[in-house]
Design a binder for this molecule. Structure first.
Ligand code: ADP
Length: 464
């Protein structure tokens, strides 16, 4: 069932329920409500008159009873303690049940005498006038003693004609409500479903690879949010897609270059330098370097996919940050200083943290490698340990060209490499993605501050 049909169906169901309830209230319950109201009213009058009769020792109560009879269209009969008629008023012109029906009268008085609360209330059909009537009786008490009886008889007006009129009214009302309800339901369903239908069509276009599809919202906030979420998803998918393409281009280029060189140098050794030990050694060294480069790329790809698969858990261990960093940097000293690089380590007070030192070392090394690769002419790299209230911040700073602001959010992406990337700068485009994966595995925050022309500071915070 489509959304449009579902909304319309629910709305129509709602109007049907409302109409049915109205029907029930007006037609079925009307008669009962009328009789209940009439009974309540007559009982209240009877009780009031009983009190008036009891309190009145003079003949004045007759005037009160006459008024009540005329004003409320009631036949009233009052009997004294010896059951002698003390007052009678028939507003139905001798059609009253209390008039000339001694047997019935006797039954009412008997029922009243034997009732537990001193009242009776009966619906009796009056054959004389051919209508239903209501008989209400009440004992008159004076000083807790029964002094007399008051009986009231009134016609219960037939409600059939009113009900018939109401039926016509409710039918008309139902038809009108249904028509208006259907129109509103269809308009509403169309207005609600149209943007969703549009968004679905756009999503299908996006699924087919068109990443320039526009997701239009509507006046509803939820639909707007859906459109915005899909636009964001489209942007991300498009980015992932182009990165995927870059990956294939980068990886295949990076694989092909060393493979070509390996083949070329192997052929050179076979055909030319095989017998010349100096040349052969130089060529073999190239083969070894290229194999290292190839192995590094393959290792990075494997490490990253392992880290990102979530199968690796950090092997937590307590370490002293200062001595751990000192060891790492010491290992760089020989190689880097030979090539003219200076790595300056600024420690803070010794501090113990719990982390996976092997993985975190990989992250630190990747940051230092990048700093070495991208630092400026002065070949300076600074590593700092800064103890903070939240933990220990590790900073790796270089003095290179820095990173443009719009590139900063991209550099931690897989296979992202700046356009200025050259083969001289050894790198797979995976270094920072591995750093990110390791830091995410630990739940550490990380970031980079960089200014073009002034260098960059990569940092992460080891939580305490
Ligand atoms: P790689 O260095 O192998 O290209 P990385 O993932 O380590 O891959 O880095 C991604 C990109 O981030 C690099 O190509 C470079 O453009 C940029 N980058 C990383 N570190 C620095 C740095 N210290 N200074 C300037 N740019 C950097």
């Amino acid at each position: 069932m489509t959304l449009r049909m579902r909304i319309a169906a629910h709305f129509i169901l709602f109007t049907v329920i409302v109409s049915a309830l109205l029907w029930l209230m007006e037609v079925v319950l009307f008669e009962r409500l009328y009789y209940d109201a009439k009974t309540r009213e007559t009982k209240a009058i009877a009780a009031d008159l009983a009190v008036s009769c009891a309190n009145d020792t003079t003949e004045d109560f007759k005037a009160v009873l006459t008024d009540a009879a005329v004003n409320n269209q009631l036949c009233i009969s009052v009997y004294d303690g010896k059951r002698r008629l003390a007052f009678q008023r028939d507003v139905m012109n001798n059609g009253c049940l209390l008039h000339g029906h001694d047997n019935m009268l006797f039954t009412f008085i008997q029922a009243l005498d034997s009732s537990s609360d001193g009242t009776i209330c009966q619906r009796v059909y009056d054959e004389q006038i051919g209508m239903e009537t209501l008989v209400v009786g009440c004992l008159i008490h004076v000083d807790d003693e029964t002094q007399g009886v008051i009986l009231l008889n009134t016609i219960l007006e037939p409600v059939d004609s009113t009900v018939a009129m109401l039926k016509r009214f409710v039918l008309l009302f139902t038809v009108m409500v249904m028509v208006i309800g259907c129109v509103i339901a269809i308009v509403l369903a169309n207005r609600l479903s149209a943007p969703i239908v549009r968004i679905t069509a756009s999503a299908k276009r996006m699924a087919r690879g068109d990443y320039h599809t526009r997701f239009e919202g509507s006046s509803c906030r939820e639909v707007d949010e859906l459109a915005r979420a899909l636009t964001y998803a489209e942007h991300e998918i498009s980015r992932a897609d182009s990165m995927q393409r870059d990956l294939v281009a980068n990886v295949s280029h990076d694989l092909r270059t060393p493979l070509t060189m390996l083949k070329a140098y192997a052929e050179m050794i076979r055909d030319l330098s095989g017998d010349n030990p100096v040349k052969r050694n130089a060529h073999l060294q190239v083969i070894i370097d290229e194999t290292d480069r190839l192995a590094a790329l393959v290792n990075d790809i494997l490490d990253l996919s392992r880290l990102e698969s979530g199968s690796q858990k950090p092997e937590m261990q307590e370490i002293d940050v200062t001595s751990w960093l000192t060891d790492i940097i010491a290992r760089y000293k020989g190689v880097s200083e030979q090539m003219g690089y200076h790595i300056t380590f600024t420690p803070d007070a010794p501090c113990t943290v719990t982390c996976d030192p092997a993985k975190l070392e990989r992250a630190v090394c990747n940051l230092i490698n990048n700093a070495i690769n991208y630092t400026g002419e002065d070949k300076q790299v600074f590593v700092r340990q800064v103890n903070t209230a939240d933990g220990v911040r590790i900073e790796v700073q270089d003095t290179g060209n820095g990173i443009e602001e719009d590139k900063i959010k991209l550099i931690f992406d897989k296979y992202y490499r700046s356009e200025h990337h050259t083969r001289e700068v050894v790198g797979t485009g995976l270094g920072l993605s591995i750093v990110k994966a390791i830091l995410k595995l630990h739940g550490y925050s990380y970031g980079v501050r960089s200014r073009v022309g002034e260098g960059s500071v990569f940092w992460f915070l080891i939580k305490k």
